[in-house]
Write a protein that binds this ligand. Structure first.
Ligand code: SAM
Length: 297
């Protein structure tokens, strides 16, 4: 009985492309996942995510590509980009020969991903993937784990990734470091505002980043991991951990990062240096983003 309800909502979900939020919520409830956080939708509905990786997220994207090139199965392979946003990675992966499907709960992102050329992009949630068991070679979770504040939801997202993966398939799961907001808050000056310090004070002990001000410069509802916690969550979901690496690592805190990235020789030296210390435990928490890669055995 439960199976048939799940199957029914699964089909509806699969065909859900550009529907009102109320329908999405109904589908989520049928499938037993909590509704998607309205603050997160409001944050991304500003439409700014589409330009991020070409602007202040350049190093994040370059380094994520380095890591994915190293750990993904060679193309052609089927990659599911869960929380793929406006499609920057999906477009790149399709260009280099992968078959890519993107899922994201933010309708604007799905529309932008399609417009960017992602052939298969659907509204969906990491906690209830509209894909059959053992149907894909790799799952990217570059976003969902840091927007799912409750540990049960993150467990569910990882379990869904595992279910959809073939044996031997790869999960690449990103997290935001517990200390990213403290470092960023000083670097960008947010900590001159006592309201930001209140947010930071609350989040440092337990990782829950809640931004009641809705000031978009201070991000939105999120969970900020300790490095070991990300590794533990991936292992607890039944994956063999291949690596836990800093994404931007020590490169993030360069004041002249664009100069380093603009010059091909300097960029190569920067990337080599970050890679040399990417798994150093004493430096992991200083990287804004972390990537855990696991294999389904
Ligand atoms: C910062 S963006 C990252 C987009 C892209 N993956 C990247 O790495 O640039 C985070 C993304 O995670 C998505 N997201 C948040 N909660 C999610 C969930 N429960 N399931 C799937 N995606 C989610 C957001 O809608 C957003 O597109």
């Amino acid at each position: 009985m439960v199976g048939s309800v799940q199957q029914q909502s699964h089909d509806v979900f699969t065909s859900l492309t550009y529907r009102p939020a109320v329908v999405k919520r109904w589908v989520a409830e049928c499938r037993g996942v909590a509704a998607f956080d309205d603050d997160i939708t409001a944050f991304y509905d500003r439409g700014e995510e589409a330009g991020r990786l070409g602007d202040w997220g350049r190093l994040e994207m370059l380094r994520t590509q380095v890591l994915l090139e190293r750990y993904l199965p060679a193309p052609p392979a089927v990659v599911l980009d869960v929380g793929g946003g406006p499609g920057a990675y999906a477009v790149w992966l399709a260009e280099v020969g992968y078959e890519v499907a993107l899922v994201d709960p933010v309708e604007l992102h799905v529309t932008q991903a399609r417009a960017a050329g992602v052939a298969r992009a659907e509204v969906g949630d990491a906690r209830a993937l509209p894909f059959a068991d053992e149907s894909v070679d790799a799952v990217l979770l570059l976003g969902p784990l840091y927007h799912l504040v409750d540990a049960d939801d993150r467990r569910r997202a990882l379990a869904e990734a595992r279910r959809a993966l073939r044996p031997g398939g790869i999960v690449a799961a990103a997290a935001i470091s517990r200390f990213a907001a403290a470092i960023d808050g000083l670097q960008k000056g947010h900590l001159r505002d006592p309201q930001f310090e209140e947010i930071l004070e609350r989040e440092l002990p337990d990782g829950r980043h809640l931004n009641p001000t809705r000031n978009p410069s201070w991000f939105t509802t999120a969970y900020f991991h300790l490095p070991d916690e990300l590794a533990a969550e991936v292992r607890a979901a039944g994956f063999e951990l291949t690596t836990l690496a800093a994404i931007e690592g020590i490169g993030q805190w360069l004041p002249d990062i664009d100069d380093w990235l603009d010059d091909p020789t300097h960029r190569a030296a920067l990337l080599r240096t970050i890679a040399r210390v990417e798994t150093e435990p004493s430096l992991l928490g200083a990287s804004p983003h972390l990537l855990a890669v696991g294999v389904k055995r």
